[in-house]
Design a protein around this ligand. Structure first.
Ligand SMILES: Cc1cc2nc3c(=O)[nH]c(=O)nc-3n(C[C@H](O)[C@H](O)[C@H](O)COP(=O)(O)O)c2cc1C
Length: 221
């Protein structure tokens, strides 16, 4: 049986080529300034900014429009501290031998270790969960391309936060199952990112990284 989708008019603005070129260049300039920050100021974030960034993330495309994501925003100091303690427990195992030597060598330039002070200091932590399946009235429903869909949404979230003037850290103190228990999330969800969000601490330095050039990441046919 064919199901007819309900259709509505597409809201699409066709722009003059020059304006498109400017917008593309401006957006690249904006995004080129985004950096992962590992030292935060404790200053609170203006109301609504994180919420709208999450709304923007929620506009991401997703397999069969299942929107298989969930975002927890943690501002409570006691909860942030509980998350820090659990993250540090996992990271001390990671840095203490669970990561292979090659991984530790690759991390050396970042000077990261198992101390995660920023989980206390950043004014907000956003935890991004993927929903491996959905359960409605006890019945399991499939989600499709979950990793791809949530990865796209997470990228849009990072871009939206940066566009609003906030810094973030894409953090993965894996395994992160402790976030389900601390935040009371159901078993169909798996945390994929634990993101401190806020303003960079004054004077923060970041690794002097080079990004791949266009010719290294693109080939035209
Ligand atoms: C999936 C993923 C996981 C990451 N996990 C961590 C992490 O646990 N700790 C950390 O300090 N940085 C982490 N990073 C940040 C990367 O180190 C950072 O994005 C990379 O060095 C490039 O720097 P930039 O974001 O400033 O361009 C992660 C990034 C990604 C995409």
């Amino acid at each position: 049986m064919d199901r007819q989708p309900e259709l509505r008019e597409l809201n699409f603005e066709r722009r003059p080529p020059e304006e498109m070129q400017h917008r593309a260049a401006d957006y690249y300039e904006l995004m080129a300034r985004r950096r992962t920050v590992r030292e935060f100021a404790p200053d609170p974030v203006p109301p609504g900014v994180i919420e709208n960034a999450i709304r923007a993330a929620g506009t991401a495309p997703s397999g069969a429009h299942k929107q298989p994501w969930f975002f927890c925003v943690v501002r409570d100091a006691a909860l942030k501290h509980e998350i820090r303690l659990s993250a540090e427990k996992e990271e001390s195992l990671n840095y203490g031998g669970r990561f292979p030597q090659e991984w530790l060598d690759d991390l050396a330039i970042f000077g990261t270790d198992d101390v995660k002070e920023y989980l206390d200091i950043a004014p907000a932590l956003i935890v991004v969960f993927k929903q491996n399946y959905q359960e409605v009235d006890g019945v399991r429903h499939k989600n499709y391309y979950v990793n791809e869909s949530v990865g796209i949404a997470a990228g849009m979230l990072i871009a939206a936060l940066h566009n609003a003037g906030l810094a973030s850290l894409t953090h993965t103190p894996s395994p992160m199952g402790f976030l389900n228990s601390i935040l009371g999330r159901p078993k169909n969800e798996t945390p994929i990112l634990l993101m401190p969000v806020g303003y960079p601490k004054a004077g923060t330095k970041v690794p002097d990284l080079q990004r791949k050039s266009l010719s290294e990441v693109m080939k035209e046919y």
